[in-house]
Design a protein around this ligand. Structure first.
Ligand code: SF4
Length: 144
């Protein structure tokens, strides 16, 4: 069941693909379509990490993307949260024996919210965003 949050702020997210198969991306796109319309609650994707509250990471972190992931993480202002979407980012998933991994994500940067699934459904992604939002409000001393 979805929580019923009462938040004091909007939540802007920056998406980072660390080497995903694009399945998780499709579900993220589905989650921001008018069917779910999370923007009415202030949840939106932004084009720069410097404008974001939460970093949404997909993929298992291939070697080529590790330094880029760390750089993007450092560009997000504090307080910030990291949300890992998909089994690949959580454990390596179907790629966990690959020669080309530096992940999973929490081996590279700290992760606050995990959304399992291959890929997770849009409802699960939105649920993860709400969990991240509640944690951010607690970090900022809000009421959620
Ligand atoms: S979790 Fe599944 S859908 Fe998502 S990037 Fe990995 S293989 Fe693709």
């Amino acid at each position: 069941m979805m929580p019923t949050p009462s938040f004091n702020r909007s939540l802007w997210a920056f998406h980072f693909n660390s080497g995903s198969c694009n399945g998780c991306e499709i579900e993220i796109v589905a989650a921001i379509t008018p069917r779910y319309d999370p923007e009415r609650f202030g949840i939106k994707l932004v084009g720069s990490p410097r404008h974001a509250d939460v970093l949404v990471v997909t993929g298992p972190v291939v070697k080529k993307m590790k330094d880029r992931l760390i750089r993007v993480y450092n560009q997000i202002p504090d307080p910030k949260l990291v949300m890992c979407v998909g089994t690949c980012g959580i454990s390596g998933g179907v790629f966990h024996t690959s020669y080309n991994l530096d992940g999973p994500v929490d081996e590279v940067i700290p992760v606050d919210v995990y959304v399992p699934g291959c890929p997770p459904r849009p409802e699960a992604i939105i649920h993860g965003v709400v969990a991240a939002w509640a944690k951010l409000e607690r970090l900022e001393g809000g009421s959620a």
